[in-house]
Design a protein around this ligand. Structure first.
Ligand code: HEM
Length: 340
């Protein structure tokens, strides 16, 4: 059985999310950094084992083919924009994701800093978001976030690829979106109105009964089932983030792991397009998705021993000059070279 990256942890106090693109020609450096990831984690973790440091690396669809020859994870694809009548989930750039988390910010910072040095100029940063735990696992809206996540074996079952794609056992698909919340309009709602948005009570975090829960409540739209009526689950590890002064962004960094990205995809469709169409998630009237990416987080075994790099397509041949007699009297073969 392939060992997965450490995705499932209790809710830790801090997270850093790094979204990167790979610069042209940076592929080899990225491969080396990914191969070195578990060693770097061991080194930094040993300085404070109680801090529960973890760092999950995810690789985007286009980047996958630039980094590895051979088979790809079956369901890896780019995040697709979802355009509802009122709200849009945009697709934005991102080749690599680092989801770093720990109970101590210095540990997150240290490993993030080391990996950033390892990547060097092979990558460009799209965004770096520092998240923090807010009181008793609440989102900045004041609601407890993460309650209905599966736990234990159920969580492993929900997130890890197994026999359906044996070459990628132990890996997991990751969807991220950064949301910016409009707290002026959110705090203008009464607590009762806010509870209707989520479908749970604010202080006690109790789910509303189905006969009073609005059909556009966040949790009414996010419970989905397969054809046999079994609930389809994801594991969310959202974190609040934000600037406190001026007009700086603040809100939720959404991150979900799943063995099938379509499960998260179906939830997003229900949120943004609505179920039925037009009955979209009321939460979206107060918080706006500004980014959206999908990745595959391969197993540790995969990262420790990467498949070979793709053979690079030969650079475009220079336009062949017309065959004319050389004017310098040479045989005209002085520029012969092997393109590798
Ligand atoms: C439930 C917050 C985005 C999927 C919840 C709950 C809160 C919450 C407070 C109720 C407690 C819980 O079970 O965790 C947020 C915020 C978001 C956000 C603040 C963004 C600003 C999303 C997105 C998805 C999602 C984008 C899926 C694509 C779910 C699911 C549940 C849930 C599956 C559990 C439903 C249940 O079984 O009752 N969310 N969420 N959430 N959310 Fe979100």
């Amino acid at each position: 059985m392939a060992t997965g990256q450490i995705i499932l942890t209790r809710k830790l106090r801090y997270a850093i999310f790094l979204v990167l693109t790979i610069n042209e020609g940076g592929e080899e450096q990225v491969r080396e950094t990914l191969e070195g990831l578990s060693g770097r984690l061991r080194t930094v973790s040993s300085r404070n084992p109680d801090a529960a440091l973890a760092a999950v690396a995810g690789i985007g669809s286009a980047a996958w083919d630039r980094l590895f020859a051979g088979p790809r994870p079956k369901l890896l694809r780019p995040f697709t924009e979802l355009k509802g009548d009122v709200h849009t989930a945009p697709a934005t750039p991102g080749d690599l994701l680092l989801h770093i988390k720990s109970d101590e910010m210095d540990m997150c910072y240290e490993v993030g800093q080391i990996l950033t040095n390892d990547f060097g100029d092979a990558v460009s940063t799209v965004e770096e978001i520092h998240g923090f735990r807010y009181f008793d696992l609440r989102d900045l809206t004041g609601f407890v976030d993460g309650t209905e996540n599966p736990t234990g074996d159920e969580a492993l079952e929900a997130i890890l690829v197994d026999g359906e794609d044996p070459g990628f056992r132990g890996g997991s698909y990751v969807t991220i979106q950064r949301y910016v919340t409009d707290f002026d309009s959110w705090t203008s709602l009464s607590v009762g109105e806010q509870e209707d948005v989520f479908g749970r009570s604010k202080a006690e975090n109790i789910e509303m009964d189905d006969d009073v829960k609005p059909s556009n409540a966040h949790i009414a739209l996010n419970v989905i089932e397969d054809a046999d009526g079994n609930e389809l689950e994801i594991v969310r590890d959202n974190m609040p983030y934000g600037q406190i002064s001026g007009s700086g962004d603040k809100g939720t960094f959404f991150i979900a792991y799943s063995k099938d990205p379509d499960i998260t995809g179906q939830m997003l469709e229900k949120m943004f397009l609505g179920d039925p169409i037009g009955n979209y998630d009321r939460l979206l009237d107060f918080t706006t998705a500004v980014t959206g990416n999908e990745y595959f987080a391969p197993s540790v075994d995969f990262l420790d021993e990467l498949p070979p790099a793709p053979t690079r397509p030969a650079p475009p041949a220079p336009a062949t000059p017309p065959r004319t007699s050389p004017s310098d009297g040479s045989l005209g073969i002085g520029s012969l070279r092997r393109d590798t």
